[in-house]
Ligand binder design. Structure first.
Ligand code: XLS
Ligand code: CA
Ligand code: CA
Length: 438
């Protein structure tokens, strides 16, 4: 059988003392932590688009990596991509993958032909999944690449474009169901606008919500029992994306009665582009019962765009995993590496080394998050910070029985607030360091 990545060995856990590049230093898939194996805590997924399709093309230059796998015929290229994907997942010990419809099969000349291509490659992938014991974390439709989507898909001012988007999502849902996927993502793509001079924002949002409702109803009717997700992103490609951040998306879902059907897929790079921390976006999802899945990557805080780098910042992965643990862990979701090697990291070995870096960073993050929880100082501090709500007037506020008159009378009787305590941010940050570095 053809080997696509002959220079990449099967990657195993060797521990932190290892200096072997193709080895996990912290990710030990079957090690039990807090009652379950690391692989179940982390549920790593490979992103088909970056890994099998992304060739390093950017605005200033051509690709630096060849992802055609020696073939010329489009269908043959995509067959090879599938074999290559499963070899990589095996070698990296990754159990899941995520895909857009257009990542796994080439477009034909008509929608019918495109759908036939997709059906054919889906069958191949289904067989490979059985053979290699791999699963789909989530599927989605790429409704942003084709020129027809220049003004958006579900939010296009052109009804014909809406129809195309619906048709594409219908097939992507069928594909996800066929592959046993437990998630389906809506990322806004070009669902946003550049100027209100040409935009009816209300109509666009109404249409988008209708498309999402149609997708939910159709998905359920064909047996999709997983989670629908919206993935917030503030900008790029459009200036104003309708799914700006977690809070904006929750408002949208509630307005249109979609909040029972959708959870959130939080991406680290999108959080920071929105001016939030990754942890903030995850916490918003968690406290609103909308925590679903995660696109594990990182942005460059000095750049204002979506760099989709492999996550290596352990401080961030630790705070992320703390949120995951607080949310009770993943159910249908997981950690999808929506991340690409830098344009200059163009070799096949770079792909494996980047995944190893990302997986080890999240493994460290999990180990640290567990220690932070066991340590308990952060949790205790936060709990005590609010203990004025446990008795007296505070208890009446927290059980919502206090009246305005009563609060006024109480404030007057106090004269002034004399009991504010320090927020101790620096001390708390030092606790994280002491837990991280011993
Ligand atoms: C783009 C998004 C995209 C989604 C899936 O910025 O991250 O890749 O995750 O369409
Ligand atoms: Ca993403
Ligand atoms: Ca991104």
């Amino acid at each position: 059988m053809k080997e696509y990545f002959p220079t990449i060995p099967k990657v195993k856990y060797e521990g932190s003392a290892s200096n072997q590049p193709f080895a996990f230093k912290y990710y030990n898939p079957d090690e039990i932590i807090c009652g379950k194996p690391m692989r179940e805590h982390l549920k790593f997924a490979l992103s088909y688009w970056h890994t099998l399709c992304g060739d390093g093309t950017d605005m200033f230059g051509r690709g630096t990596a060849d992802k055609s796998f020696g073939e010329k015929d489009p269908m043959e290229i995509y067959r090879q991509k599938a074999y290559a994907a499963f070899e990589l997942m095996d070698k990296l010990d990754i159990d899941y993958f995520c895909f857009h419809d257009r990542d796994i099969a080439p477009e034909g000349n008509t929608l019918k032909e495109t759908n036939q291509n997709l059906t054919e490659i889906t069958e191949l992938i289904e067989n490979l999944m059985k053979e290699h014991h791999k699963k789909v974390l989530w599927g989605t439709a790429n409704c942003f690449n084709h020129p027809r989507y220049m003004h958006g898909a579900g939010t296009s001012p052109n009804a014909d474009v809406f129809a195309f988007a619906a048709a594409q999502i219908k097939k992507a849902l069928e594909t996800t169901v066929k592959l046993g996927g437990k998630g389906y993502v809506f990322w806004g793509g070009r669902e946003g606008y550049e100027t209100l001079l040409n935009t009816d924002m209300k109509a666009e949002q109404d249409h988008m919500a209708f498309l999402m409702r149609l997708a939910v109803d159709y998905g359920r009717s064909i047996g999709f029992d997983g989670d629908f997700y919206v993935e917030p992103k503030p900008k790029e490609p459009t200036k104003h994306q309708y799914d700006f951040d977690a809070a904006t998306v929750l408002g949208f879902l509630r307005k249109y009665g979609l909040d029972q059907d959708f959870k959130l897929n939080i991406e680290a790079n999108h959080a920071t582009l929105a001016g939030h921390t990754f942890q903030h976006e995850l916490a918003i999802a968690r406290i609103n019962d909308a925590f679903g899945s995660i696109d594990a990557n990182q942005g460059d805080l000095l750049l204002g765009w979506d760099t989709d780098q492999f996550p290596t910042n352990v401080y961030e992965t630790a705070l992320c995993m703390l949120e995951v643990l607080k949310a009770g862990g993943f159910t249908n979701g997981g950690l999808n590496f929506d991340a690409k090697t830098r344009r200059g990291s163009f070799t096949p070995e770079d792909i494996a080394l980047s995944y190893i870096a990302g997986m080890d960073s999240f493994a460290l993050g999990l180990r640290i998050a567990v220690k932070l929880m066991e340590d308990g100082r952060l949790e205790k501090f936060v709990k005590e910070r609010y203990n004025s709500f446990e008795s007296g007037i505070g208890a009446k506020i927290s059980n919502q029985t206090a009246t305005m008159e009563e609060l006024e009378e109480y404030a007057i009787s106090l004269g002034e607030v004399s009991t504010n305590i320090s927020g101790k941010q620096e001390y708390l940050e030092s606790i994280i360091n002491s837990v991280m570095f011993g």
